[in-house]
Design a binder for this molecule. Sequence first.
Ligand SMILES: C[S@@+](CC[C@H](N)C(=O)[O-])C[C@H]1O[C@@H](n2cnc3c(N)ncnc32)[C@H](O)[C@@H]1O
Length: 225
Amino acid sequence: MKYVRDISFKDFVDSQHKAVDEDLAELRCSNESESVPLIFTETEEILGLLIDLTHPAKILEIGTAHGYSALFFAKKLPDARITTIERNPVMVEAARAEFTSRKEGERIDFRTGDAAEILDELVSELKYAVESEKYDFVFIDAAKSHYREFFEAAEKICTKDALIVCDNILLSGWIVEAEGKDAKRHRTSIKYMKQFLGYLHSRDDLEVSILTGADGLAIIRFINE
Ligand SMILES: C[S@@+](CC[C@H](N)C(=O)[O-])C[C@H]1O[C@@H](n2cnc3c(N)ncnc32)[C@H](O)[C@@H]1O
C-alpha cells in the first residue's frame, strides 16, 4: 500500500468506510485484532458496489476464513443464497460459530474441505441445472496458486452474465516487483498468479478489468455473442 506523507491510502479508505451494520463492524474489528485474514475495506467497497449494481441471487465464495465476507454478502443481499468453501479446520470451526449465531447464516451453505474437491462436487450437482440455479457472482479469495483451477471450475457453474471477482491479484505488489525475502517465500504463488493473469488475458471470450486498489482485483465477465 502506497504512502502519502505519513498517512497511508489504506488508513484513509478505512477512515471513510461505513460498515453495513454494527455487527459486521464488530466482526471486522475482532478479525483484525486476531489477525484473521479478511477483505480490505476497499475490497468490501468495490464488492458492495458490484453487488448493488448486479443484485446477484446466488453467490459462490472460495475462501471463507472466519466468514466475514460471506456474512457481508448475506447482509447486503437479504434474499441471496451464498455458498462458501473453507478447508482449514480452525477457520471452519470459527466460521461455523459465526454463521450459526446469526440469522443470515441460514442462507449460507458452508462447504468444508479442499476447494478443488468441493468445486468438483458442485459441478456435478449443477450439471443439469437451469440458468436460475447457477451462480451469478463468484468471489475467489483462497490459495493464490490455484486461481486458474478455481476459475475454470467456477465458470462451469455460472450464469452467462455472472461476474467473477478474484482478490489479491497484485500479491502485495510482487506481481510486478518480486524482491526481498517475503517475495522469495511466495515465489510459487507469484509464478502461478502471473500465469493465471496471462491466461485470462489470452481468452477472447472474457472481459477482464484489473483494479489496483487494495491488494488488486480482477473482475471478469463473459462476452456473450
Ligand atoms: C484470505 S482468506 C479468506 C477471507 C474471507 N474471504 C473474508 O474476507 O472474510 C483465505 C481462506 O482460504 C482458505 N483456503 C486456501 N486455500 C484453500 C483451498 N484450496 N480450499 C479451501 N479453502 C482454502 C484459507 O484457509 C483461508 O481461510
